[in-house]
Design a protein around this ligand. Structure first.
Ligand code: FAD
Ligand code: SF4
Length: 398
């Protein structure tokens, strides 16, 4: 007789039911399944346990004597890369989709957890387990909204797949790592992206309506290293809006509370992370955390141009000055915002220093948000590496 695991007796929540993390829930999908049984331990917002999970995933937690590891986590290699032949319509050059397709084609994995969109709405996420390269390619490009990627966990269990790739952002991957041993897999591969300032679908609409000249035709957008948001429209045109001109007074509540209290921007628990913010404009930024990540990257090495990462400029003053502006929701007039964007782009931080700028700005903002709104959680929720980053700055009220 086959025995039933304890979680298999539990039942996932129905849509609309309040999740255990309440307002802090990032809709990672775990609680839509019977893995809700493990939520107290697994949820990134109920139990911050990045250092412990790093030991399991990478055989060690990050070295707090090395500043680079406070920022970028456990890693054995870092580089800038781009596909020699980019995938049209991918978020950047399509490194994520290419690795997933190659792993399927070579039979290394049987399925890929990734996010397609619904037929009706290009930005409404629809997590799937892709089993063909075509299904993986149908998931290319960011759905810049909270996505319940882990809602497919029961499907994985039923499918009896043994070798799986999961693509996801930090909060999804933390919960996944916490239940990894219960999934019955022989090998799990994790391909992560950095993530920050995510929103609900309704929040995304508010953001687009208040920021873009043509919200309905936006197909893709990114907060770029030139301190502007680049919106790509259906007709291929690019609209650039300076960060400093955002209507922060209107938009201050648009980001999900989970993202306002997140300290895992760089996806600490993935085997390989693919982002852009530590690389020159047009290139992607790769962080190889362990040997599994290296194996994944090696599969597509001949399809990539690469260059070493570099760091230029000094972010500290710009971060310190941005803290009260963020805090008060100050909006600059558009002409001043454009001018400031141009000046900062010329003299501002580049490469890894830009990545540090973005991490510092978000962790200090999120620390203040958590302190104000969830003071009882502050001590356990802020990881030691994030506290070291925050301690470099003077915060209001401290
Ligand atoms: P593609 O080949 O286009 O593949 C994109 C993959 O992303 C797909 O496989 C899809 O399954 C997955 N995906 C799409 N939407 C979601 C979602 N909502 N949740 C989980 N997975 C999803 N990089 C930075 O350096 N700095 C950032 O601040 C940053 N913020 C991000 C915010 C979000 C919400 C997301 C999803 C990604 C973010 N990234 C960030 C990563 C970056 O934008 C690219 O996704 C990454 O560089 C991969 O590009 P690509 O062309 O290789 O991806
Ligand atoms: Fe559940 Fe995920 Fe929400 Fe936490 S973030 S309550 S694990 S759905």
């Amino acid at each position: 007789m086959t025995s039933i695991a304890p979680h298999q007796k539990a039942k996932g929540l129905k849509p609309g039911q309040t999740k255990p993390a309440k307002q802090l829930c990032s809709e990672c999908g775990l609680c839509d399944t019977h893995y809700i049984h493990y939520v107290k331990d697994a949820c990134a917002f109920l139990n911050q346990q990045i250092a412990e999970l790093e030991k399991k995933a990478h055989d060690r937690s990050r070295n707090l004597d090395k500043e680079d590891e406070w920022y970028f986590g456990v890693h054995q290699d870092m580089m800038a890369a781009r596909k020699k032949k980019p995938i049209p319509g991918a978020q950047w050059t399509g490194i994520v989709s290419t690795i997933a397709c190659k792993m399927l084609e070579k039979g290394i994995i049987e399925g890929v957890v990734c996010v397609q969109n619904t037929k009706e709405d290009r930005f409404q996420p629809m997590p799937v387990i892709a089993t063909t390269p075509e299904e993986v390619l149908a998931a290319k490009v960011n759905k810049p909204t909270l996505s319940p990627n882990l809602s497919v966990l029961e499907q994985i269990e039923r499918s009896q797949m043994k070798r799986l790739l999961v693509i996801g952002v930090g909060c999804q991957i933390q919960a996944l790592r916490a239940v990894e041993q219960k999934l019955g897999l022989e090998k799990l591969y994790v391909l992560g992206t950095p993530c920050v300032d995510n929103v609900t679908r309704a929040g995304l609409q508010k953001f687009l309506d208040n920021t873009s000249r043509s919200p309905d035709t936006v197909v893709h957008y990114e907060f770029m290293q030139d301190f502007r948001i680049h919106f790509k429209h259906e007709d291929g045109s690019i609209e650039k809006v300076p960060f400093f001109g955002l209507k922060t007074n209107v938009l201050k509540d648009v980001f999900a509370p989970s993202c306002m209290s997140c300290f895992d921007y760089v996806n600490s628990l993935a085997d390989l992370v693919v982002g852009y913010m530590g690389a020159p404009f047009g290139w992607q930024w790769l962080v190889v955390r362990n040997n599994t990540g290296q194996v994944m990257l090696d599969l597509i090495a001949d399809e990539l141009d690469t260059q070493p990462v570099f760091s230029k400029g000094n972010r500290k003053e710009a971060v310190q000055q941005s803290i009260p502006a963020y805090d008060k929701g100050v909006t600059l007039p558009m002409w001043a915002a454009r001018l400031m964007g141009v000046v900062i782009d010329r003299i501002g931080p580049k490469g890894l220093e830009y990545a540090r700028f973005s991490i510092d700005s978000h962790y200090t903002r999120n620390y203040l948000y958590t302190k104000r709104n969830y003071p009882h959680k502050l001590a356990s929720h802020v990881p030691e590496y994030a506290q070291k980053i925050i301690n470099q700055y003077q915060l209001p009220g401290s």
